[in-house]
Design a protein around this ligand. Structure first.
Ligand code: UDP
Length: 219
């Protein structure tokens, strides 16, 4: 009988960080290590860090009972495009979490979410599809995070914050907590620069930097 095939889609920086987590997760589930591969659309070596590298076409051609892919590419736009492609081809979205992730009460995760080591999700949190929580990030109580949102390492997302779809939060950013029923909102597609201290809501599509974070005005 054919077994399932699993892919880390994206074999660059973040993909190589996600692969060991995927390997560990599958080992715990009793899946043979050779059923896990990298997939990337750019040409590369036959293997990366001991795992085979396939093109997407090769991944689809490989005999398998079912195919699963975790999208380990930092760009939310690319993830959305690849998620659509995978759905069309019958490839299942796959979520990968580090073993030491802390997850408290009533945390709802969408499909395809990646939680890197030392991520903490406290209580009463909703997170959408294909979210990336990079190392040492946290999401505190009563936050709602959209689809294809990316947290770089060390993001401090405090309580009662809404982060809309496709927002990108840079390394070490701190977002001030909102109030119950009056959340601080990071708008759709907004970018928060590394180290920014966000004290008020950010408009959709805006880029903010600094402390306190202010919009970058293009000349
Ligand atoms: N990539 C891909 N298909 C796409 C877009 C990107 O396979 O449609 C791959 C790309 O070849 C690269 C990786 O995704 O290997 C993205 O790596 P990058 O260094 O840009 O960022 P990372 O997400 O690893 O931080």
């Amino acid at each position: 009988m054919q077994s399932n095939l699993y892919a880390v889609y994206g074999a660059s920086g973040y993909g190589r960080e996600v692969m060991p987590l995927a390997r560990q997760q599958l080992a715990q589930a009793g899946v043979a290590p050779d059923r896990l591969v990298f997939v990337d659309d750019a040409p590369g070596p036959a293997q990366i860090n001991g795992q085979r590298l396939l093109t997407y076409a090769q991944f689809l051609a490989e005999p398998a009972a079912a195919r699963h892919a975790v999208l380990a590419i930092a760009s939310g736009g690319v993830r959305e495009k690849l998620a659509q492609r995978c759905t069309q081809d019958g490839v299942h979205a796959w979520g990968v979490s580090a073993a030491n992730v802390v997850r408290m009460d009533a945390v709802a995760l969408g499909e395809g979410v990646i939680l890197s080591p030392f991520v903490t999700l406290t209580s009463n949190i909703r997170i959408g599809r294909h979210f990336h929580g990079n190392i040492y990030s946290y999401v505190a109580h009563d936050c709602v995070i959209g689809d294809f949102v990316t947290f770089a390492p060390g993001v401090h997302c405090n309580g009662n914050i809404v982060v809309e779809d496709h927002a990108y939060i840079g390394t070490g950013a701190v977002i001030k907590q909102g109030l119950p029923g009056q959340p601080l909102v990071i708008g759709r597609g907004a970018v928060v620069g590394m180290g920014a201290v966000v004290t008020k809501s950010v408009a959709p599509g805006a880029t903010v930097v600094g402390n306190p974070a202010r919009p970058v005005v293009c000349a």
